[in-house]
Ligand binder design. Structure first.
Ligand SMILES: Cc1cc2nc3c(=O)[nH]c(=O)nc-3n(C[C@H](O)[C@H](O)[C@H](O)COP(=O)(O)OP(=O)(O)OC[C@H]3O[C@@H](n4cnc5c(N)ncnc54)[C@H](O)[C@@H]3O)c2cc1C
Length: 363
């Protein structure tokens, strides 16, 4: 957060500076080619492992950096599920490798008939021998076809509805774990989402925490994930605002830079203001989380504002670029496609409004 460094401590500021340099030098030059080819971003993830980002969500005890930076949503959702829902045996088996990036994780909650309402999932886990038979289908699972481990949420007690959901860790290569097709998506093309067919047996030791605690784990994990989505939106919006500012200064229209025109200056000011509001909301939610306070409402507000802000800011950046903004020679059309997803996953804008209104009305 270049403009908000004074609100971070020294370790946070230097970690973010290092990441900004890594993103500018290693990720940005490949972004357009990745978007064009739709190739999964293994190489970039490998590079990221060297920065410590793969475990930035995990405590030092499990090999993490214990820094409140957020990215790599699906991997974090998986390792957070184990950190929050699992016991020390599961944590010791999965988290150190997740922290170094030696093992990639995925988070399997959504199903063809249950996205916004995850309490309605149908994947069923029933006792079989001294373990569990898990049967069902997941969809839109980021990393699902390539991950080394996938946290799967399944119903163990249908009568108890959301209190009857439990979580399990499934290793890649488990018999009966079958990734289907990867979706051809509009944006975020370096991150793939898969359908997963499940008809597999798991030993008791693969269940995360007590029976029936899966839904609570998933909701806590998603609070963290919403902060990560807000951070992604802020990063993309910053890139769009920088591009629009540079363009406005150098593009000459009727003998003067675009930036001399009041209509353009006002647009830039609105973009900067919108972005700053998102940064402050995200920082507030991150601080609450770091202090161990309740941050569910703050995370919803940060995610809702940032995802809608990033849409407005990338759209205005295209407008300022005129026809050039609509071409693939500039990254803005890619930014606009990428941010479109942010209003849908990890709880759509409508679901975030429901959560915020719920807090308001319960007070
Ligand atoms: C690129 C991508 C990555 C993803 N990664 C993962 C992942 O790693 N793991 C995972 O488990 N899932 C993942 N998902 C799934 C994602 O979380 C869901 O798509 C999302 O939760 C919405 O669910 P749905 O698609 O079933 O839409 P639906 O639930 O069918 O919703 C359709 C529309 O109805 C609206 N709506 C629903 N309920 C209400 C309501 N009560 N009030 C008002 N409006 C409502 C929604 O906001 C939405 O606009 C991913 C999806 C994509 C496309």
């Amino acid at each position: 957060m270049a403009d908000l460094y004074h609100m971070l401590d020294e370790a946070e500021a230097s970690f973010i500076t290092m990441l900004e340099r890594f993103a500018a030098e290693k990720l940005a030059p490949k972004a357009a080619a990745t978007d064009e080819s739709g190739a999964f971003v293994h190489a970039q993830l490998d590079g990221l492992a060297e920065t410590g980002m793969m475990g930035a969500n995990l405590p030092e005890k499990w090999g993490g950096a214990d820094i409140s930076a957020q990215a790599l949503t699906a991997h974090y959702l998986a390792s957070d599920s184990i950190l929050i829902g699992g016991d020390d045996d599961l944590r010791a088996r999965y988290l150190p490798d997740a922290a170094t990036g030696a093992k990639l994780g995925a988070f399997g909650l959504t199903e063809p008939t249950a996205g916004s309402d995850p309490a309605d999932i149908k994947t069923r886990a029933t006792r079989e021998g001294d373990g569990w038979r898990v049967k069902g289908r997941k969809c839109f699972i980021s990393n699902g076809g390539v991950a080394d481990f996938v946290v799967i949420y399944a119903v163990t007690d249908p009568a108890a509805r959301h209190r009857g959901i439990s979580a399990f860790v499934v290793d890649k290569g488990t018999s009966g774990f079958t990734p289907g097709r990867a979706e051809n998506t509009m944006g975020l093309r370096g991150g793939h989402v898969w359908e997963l067919d499940l008809d597999l047996w798991l030993p008791e030791s693969q269940r995360l925490g007590a029976e029936g605690t899966g839904f609570r784990t998933a909701m806590t994990v998603l609070d963290n994930g919403r902060l990560e989505v807000a951070a992604m939106c802020i990063g993309i919006a910053r890139a769009a605002l920088t591009a629009a500012t540079d363009w406005a200064k150098t593009r000459i229209i009727s003998g003067e830079p675009l930036a001399a025109k009041q209509g353009i200056r006002w647009m830039l000011a609105d973009m900067a203001l919108d972005l700053r509001a998102s940064e402050l909301l995200a920082l507030e939610a991150a601080r609450l989380r770091q202090d161990g306070a309740r941050f569910s409402e703050a995370a919803s507000m940060a995610k809702l504002h940032a995802s809608e802000m990033a849409h407005r800011v990338t759209d205005k950046a295209i407008q300022i670029h005129g026809g050039y903004g609509f071409t693939r020679d500039f990254p803005l059309e890619r930014h606009a496609r990428d941010v479109r997803m942010m209003r849908i996953y990890e709880g759509s804008s409508e679901i975030q409004r429901n959560i915020i209104a719920g807090h308001l009305l319960a007070a």
